[in-house]
Design a protein around this ligand. Structure first.
Ligand SMILES: NC(=O)c1ccc[n+]([C@@H]2O[C@H](COP(=O)([O-])OP(=O)(O)OC[C@H]3O[C@@H](n4cnc5c(N)ncnc54)[C@H](O)[C@@H]3O)[C@@H](O)[C@H]2O)c1
Length: 230
């Protein structure tokens, strides 16, 4: 049983539909994660329906492609507020409840951009690097309350975000998104392919499971070897 939080109603509907195919239950909360009220609504909904809250996966995020001099102050705020503040607010509110019950697992979705520099990506990279350290802080501060916190760093995963990213980079280079992606994969990913969303989900499930009971504060690339050689 999950509470899905998303700013987009159609994304939530898709999630609810998918949950039904697995005989699962998903309750959608429409909201913007950078607004404090969203985390309050999400946690209250979980407690109301399930009586407790055991796991938090901070997945929502936005991409922004731009070198520093083309990054407007408002762009910076939007990216940092969505990715970093949103993760902070959701984590803080969930941690309060988890600390009370003495159990909880948090998995934060950062990015390969959070553990290395990427061109034309300043605001996004900073937001993701911040998530890496926020995760470590939670792990350190709340291990004694039964809370584990880990961070995943996906590389290039087949999602709409990845498609938009390559299309935008392609525009800057006068190439198609597909061409940019193909070249990137051949030159940078040792496994020579992009990742699938399921290959991210399986790591998240492992981190939430009891098999990972001694894992906290970890930062785990899921990238086909992309960042292995940095
Ligand atoms: N796809 C990749 O290659 C890749 C690589 C590294 C990291 N990531 C990270 O994985 C996560 C998921 O990305 P994705 O590729 O599925 O992207 P996506 O754009 O396909 O999905 C992102 C989801 O977040 C939601 N969202 C955006 N802003 C929000 C807000 N303010 N409040 C609530 N919901 C909001 C969107 O509506 C959407 O449903 C992101 O944090 C992203 O940075 C993705």
């Amino acid at each position: 049983m999950v509470i899905g939080v998303d700013i987009s109603g159609s994304s939530l509907q898709a999630l609810e539909k998918e949950a039904r195919t697995f005989d699962g239950k998903c309750i959608g909360v429409i909201g913007d994660i950078k607004e404090p009220l969203t985390s309050v609504k999400a946690v209250d909904t979980a407690i109301q329906h399930f009586g407790r809250l055991d796991y938090l996966f901070n997945n929502a995020g936005i991409e922004f492609i731009s070198p520093l001099l083309e990054t407007e102050d408002s762009n910076w705020d939007e990216v940092i507020d969505t990715n970093l503040r949103g993760t902070f607010l959701m984590s803080k509110r969930c941690c309060q409840v988890m600390a009370d019950t003495g159990f909880g697992v948090i998995v934060n979705n950062a990015s390969d951009a959070g553990i290395r520099g990427i061109k034309v990506n300043a605001a996004y990279s900073i937001s993701k690097a911040g998530i890496v350290h926020l995760t470590r802080s939670i792990a350190l501060d709340y291990a004694d309350k039964g809370i584990r916190a880990n961070c995943i760093c996906p590389g290039c995963i087949r999602t709409p975000l990845c498609e938009r990213f390559n299309a935008e980079v392609g525009e800057r280079k006068g190439k198609s998104g597909a061409e940019v992606l193909k070249e990137f994969v051949q030159e940078n990913i040792p496994m020579l392919r992009v990742g699938e969303p399921e290959e991210v989900a399986s790591v998240v499930l492992f981190l939430c499971s009891d098999d990972a009971r001694y894992v906290t504060g970890a930062v785990i690339p899921i990238d086909g070897g992309l960042t292995a050689g940095m």
